[in-house]
Design a protein around this ligand. Structure first.
Ligand code: IVH
Length: 671
């Protein structure tokens, strides 16, 4: 049992961490540095681990999430989750104001104007100052219980500040993905060859519905609150209630304003139509609400929206122009992107000549044809897009677009992998942009890191015919490099030195540098550790590759295909002859064996050695630590005083339960 002293310390640490979180994530003004925060967090985590009876769902330690898979439970909303009636027209805002004045019979009206955050709605219930439940909008009547995911959002208070909050209340807000998190996430997705999210709204909604809250925790969501619901709210106006909520620790937008006339409202709309572009997250409009709760009640509700509020949507900037022709571009990965050549047109301050058409499905969906007058829009995305066609202006005799079926560069027949939106040119070793893509990737910092050869030099060397593939790099001589445009003797020396140094690159990075489709940095590392040499990988079957953590069908197939290509093998043989590392060095990683390769193991209870030591051993022998018992668990290592629930579940699922000494025997046996 935890002593009184420990209980006090845990309570102190939680309060302190909550306070630092609020300063950092809500107020944007931290007073402590990361080191102090991390130390307090580590201390709390350790105390909770040693005293499981003190664990609590409102502890700051739950913010890191867990990888236990859950299904979402449906929850009925206590107050239906309404939406808003929308308009794009300022006249309709004037009509709204006139209606409110008429129906309430008073001219002394206060409105609150706020920004409309572009994300996904959640309703959070707090009981006695503690976050009890978070539910998505769903169909407005009931939604998904996403409490575990919402707990990972740093700006959401798990425990409120002060004492003057209602015993139970609901607060609604919009979960958004800040633009900085969005860009980082999409960058990572592109690197892993995953389809990027179209905009931050989709990314926020998709993230909130993930099963793995540990992943949610990494994605940097935020939440802005805009509506307090309670049987006994602290004040009788919307504005004051939100200010009060801010004092309890909620993130409430500082950009809301009380307006008393239509002119005030229109001024707010005009101001924020421009200024919203400087905010760190997307907004798609403004919301105008009657401030007095008494008047709100008097106005009442429609079926799906309140009569006391309206949303004004900002217009995405659009232009009409002529589609002159469609080009097909081949990316460095072989992905084909159709690009529209437009009659130049002014849009949001720049001249637009080209716009992305994304893929064949988009062209088909809008039936976009050469000669059409198309509508170009600059929304949240940087590259303008075609959002529609003015079919009334379609010239007679126009033909539907037939999508390219061969590569515009090398003429190879295109393929469209199942489940992907894009077409690809499969000729990855003979199609110029793809070869160049491979060379650029190979020399890049995170791959072979060849100093002196940046993207530009690689392009030049390729164009001049000095290198036609990655193996040619190791045949370069100073004389040949000096012959290049603007290349001095010193630079050439640098390049040769960089090339020689790159031969020391550890095997996992060499494997990544080869540019096997879908094999990113992490996957390359895992495969390298599991097989230890390139020859072993080359001889592995798809089934064997599938045993590696994170390797699925798509990656396994891509790897076997890569090694089935004689052109690739010839290149590998040349790289080997040049002295590149195609085997793990002893010092690369502290891997002891791969005896537990692909095994998912749960450790629970007390042991003769610290639990962390067991967990490290699992990883050093290639296994994976899992937090909870599921049907995918291979072993449960059961210690003293382990939770009866875990044991029961493992027994029910027929999972192998082993003792500490059985585990040690397993890893220490000679293979
Ligand atoms: S008030 C009954 N205020 O817009 C009032 N909603 O189209 C309900 N939204 O479901 C909503 N920012 O997800 C309100 N400042 C704001 C908002 C906001 C974004 C979202 C919310 C709502 C949707 C309605």
């Amino acid at each position: 049992m935890a002593t009184e002293e420990i209980i006090q310390r845990v309570s102190f640490l939680r309060k302190e961490l909550d306070r630092l979180n609020h300063e950092y994530y809500v107020l944007n003004s931290p007073t402590a540095d990361d080191f102090v925060y991390d130390r307090l967090m580590a201390e709390l985590a350790e105390l909770e681990q040693r005293n499981p009876e003190l664990q609590s769902p409102d502890s700051p330690t739950v913010r890191v999430g867990s990888d236990i898979i859950r299904e979402f439970v449906q929850v009925k909303h206590r107050y239906p989750m309404l939406s808003l009636s929308n308009t794009y027209s300022k006249e309709e805002i004037e009509e709204f104001d006139a209606r409110i004045r008429k129906e309430t019979g008073t001219d002394d009206i206060e409105y609150v104007c706020e920004l409309k955050f572009d994300g996904t709605a959640v309703g959070l219930t707090y009981r006695n100052g503690v976050l009890a439940q978070a539910v998505t909008r769903g169909d407005g009547e009931q939604g998904d219980d996403v409490t575990a995911n919402v707990r990972t959002i740093r700006s959401v208070p798990l425990r409120l500040q002060g004492t003057d909050y209602p015993e139970e209340f609901e607060i609604r807000g919009e979960v958004v993905m800040p633009l900085s998190s969005f860009e980082r996430l999409n960058g990572e997705r592109e690197e892993k060859n995953q389809t990027p999210f179209a905009n931050p709204r989709n990314a926020a909604a998709g993230t909130l519905k993930m099963q793995d809250s540990a992943e949610v925790a990494k994605r940097g969501l935020d939440c802005c609150f805009y509506f307090l619901l309670s049987e006994n709210p602290p004040f009788d106006t919307h504005f004051d209630n939100l200010q009060k909520a801010a004092s309890w620790g909620f993130k409430v937008s500082p950009n809301m304003r009380i307006c008393r006339s239509i002119d005030d409202i229109l001024q707010f709309l005009n101001q924020w139509d421009t200024e919203r572009k400087n905010l760190p997250y997307d907004t798609d409009g403004a919301v105008i609400k009657v401030n007095s709760l008494a008047l709100q009640n008097r106005m009442g509700l429609r079926a799906k929206s309140p009569r006391w509020a309206v949303a004004y949507k900002f217009k995405a900037e659009q232009a009409y122009t002529l589609l002159l022709s469609i080009d097909y571009q081949v990316g460095r990965t072989g992905a084909i992107t159709p690009v529209a050549n437009l009659q130049p047109v002014q849009l949001a301050g720049t001249t637009v000549r080209r716009a992305s058409l994304h893929n064949a499905e988009q062209i088909e969906l809008h039936d976009i044809r050469t000669g059409d007058t198309v509508i170009v829009e600059k929304g949240g995305e940087i590259i303008p897009k075609i959002v529609g066609v003015d079919k009334t202006r379609r010239p007679a005799g126009s033909e539907p677009t037939t999508y390219a079926d061969t590569c515009p560069v090398c003429g190879t027949k295109l393929v469209k992998p199942a489940g992907e939106a894009k077409h690809y040119c499969p000729n990855d070793s003979g199609c110029a942009p793809q070869i160049l893509g491979k060379i650029e990737h190979f020399v890049s910092r995170r791959a072979m890191n060849i100093e002196g050869i940046g993207e530009e030099t690689a392009d030049l060397m390729f164009e001049e015919g000095l290198i036609r593939n990655i193996a040619d790099i190791y045949d370069l001589t100073k004389d040949r490099i000096v012959g290049l445009e603007r290349m001095g003797s010193r630079s050439a020396d640098n390049i040769i030195e960089g090339i020689n140094k790159s031969k020391e690159t550890p095997f996992p990075r060499v494997l990544f540098a080869l540019g096997i489709r879908y094999v990113g940095e992490t996957t390359a590392k895992k495969i390298a550790l599991a097989f230890r040499s390139l020859d072993a990988i080359r001889n592995a079957s798809a089934e064997e590759l599938l045993l590696v953590d994170e390797v699925g069908d798509r990656i396994a197939q891509s790897v076997t295909q890569y090694f089935a290509d004689s052109g690739n093998i010839a290149i590998i043989e040349r790289l080997k002859a040049a002295g590149l590392k195609f085997e793990l060095d002893a010092g690369d990683v502290e891997m002891l064996s791969d005896k537990l390769q692909g095994k998912s193991i749960v450790v629970s209870g007390n042991f003769s050695r610290p639990r962390d030591e067991l967990k490290q051993l699992i990883e050093k022998h290639g296994g994976k630590n899992a937090a909870g018992v599921t049907s995918n668990t291979d072993y449960l290592i059961a210690g003293d005083k382990m939770g009866p629930a875990k044991l029961q579940k493992a027994e029910k699922l027929g999972i192998k339960i082993i003792s500490e000494s059985e585990f040690m025997k397993m890893i220490n046996e000679p293979s």
